[in-house]
Design a binder for this molecule. Structure first.
Ligand code: AMP
Ligand code: MN
Ligand code: MN
Length: 329
């Protein structure tokens, strides 16, 4: 990986106009990484365009530099593009791909299980708990090469947000000693985990908590008790005037049931495909289930989008989950 970091540092220092992009339905890791890079590159005097095709969700508006984020650009004069936490090129958003691909070089920095390789320089490590861990390594190397301490409190808050989001406040199986070592360094820079965790997880809209109620009301369990699933219908979204970003975290409640290996949340998002979030306990692999429906992610957290109707989708995905659990024994 040393060579890849060296290539990335060279490309970033050589470029003047840099476009950064996160993934659709952005979370704290993708936005934290895009913004941390934006802060660092601006400090290096670069012309930075930071794109999140779906903007910044309400619960992450407080991220330092959130106002820098744009939803797209007509510019095609970039020297370098950087995709952060994307998983696959399409996940930067259909209307952003052209801007990203117009740059002569693309740096892909990510911790997803690769779903088709993309990019010219790859810093891809699925052992990292969050892309924030990889961005930190990159910032360290950029600091060393440019002889500047590039990480300040804003950068630290952005990266701590990525860690806290993707580890569920340091509780998930993806946490390693490196995660805690980085968290300690970020806290020393002024990023306090408690207020960030509160802003990320306890800053919900009223509609979002009511959606949780609807989801839990619909909860079903497979005969063997190993798969649990819930749904949020178009009617639920309509009744509560809610959006899909307000369903964040609900799937964790579905997985939290004793004996459940796979928890699934189906959302009939008005005017869109059925969106599906899958979560596993250690031992199961929901990335493979999502793969069967054209999606992806990680072993323990994955997602996909499938053509309606909801009922048929539900039956097919639950059947696939059971089939994979049975095959594994
Ligand atoms: P979510 O359930 O939306 O929080 O997503 C969980 C994980 O799965 C994240 O790492 C996403 O990047 C990934 N993921 C979600 N939806 C998709 C999709 N349609 N295609 C590929 N990966 C996805
Ligand atoms: Mn993400
Ligand atoms: Mn991530």
């Amino acid at each position: 990986m040393r060579k890849q970091y060296r290539q990335a540092v060279n490309a970033l220092l050589a470029a003047e106009r840099i476009v950064l992009a996160g993934h659709v339905n952005p979370d704290g890791d993708t936005l934290g990484c895009v913004l941390a890079m934006a802060h660092v590159l601006r400090r290096l005097g670069k012309d930075v365009t930071a794109i999140s095709t779906d903007g910044v969700p309400d619960n992450l508006r407080w991220l330092p530099g959130a106002e820098l984020i744009v939803r797209g650009t007509e510019r095609r004069d970039f020297d370098l593009a950087v995709a952060c936490d994307a998983g696959a090129l399409e996940r930067v958003g259909r209307s952003v791909i052209a801007a990203i691909q117009s740059a002569p070089q693309l740096l892909n920095i990510d911790h997803h299980i690769p779903d088709g390789v993309f990019g010219d320089i790859l810093i891809v490590d699925s052992a990292a708990a969050a892309t924030a861990e990889l961005i930190w390594q990159l910032i360290l190397k950029l600091s060393a090469r440019s002889n500047k301490a590039l990480a300040d409190k804003d950068v630290a808050v952005c990266l701590m947000t990525g860690l806290i989001t993707d580890t569920g406040s340091f509780r998930f199986m993806n946490v390693t000693p490196n995660t805690f070592l980085l968290a300690a360094r970020l806290q020393r820079l002024g990023a306090l985990p408690a207020p960030i965790a509160e802003l990320v997880f306890e800053n919900r809209s009223c509609a979002s908590v009511k959606l949780l109620g609807r989801a839990l009301d619909s909860l079903k369990l497979s005969h063997d008790g190993r798969v649990a699933w819930s749904q949020i219908t178009a009617q639920d979204f309509d009744d509560l005037n809610a959006t899909d970003s307000e369903t964040e975290g609900i799937v964790n409640h579905v997985r939290s049931i004793q004996g459940v290996d796979v928890g699934i949340l189906f959302r009939e998002v008005p005017g869109q495909k059925v969106r599906i979030s899958l979560r596993a306990r250690d031992g199961a692999d929901v990335n493979r289930i999502a793969n069967a429906f054209g999606g992806g992610g990680h072993r323990l957290a994955a997602g996909c989008s499938v053509t309606p109707p909801l009922k048929g989708v539900e039956e097919a995905v639950v059947a696939e989950a059971l089939r994979q659990l049975d095959a594994r024994g």
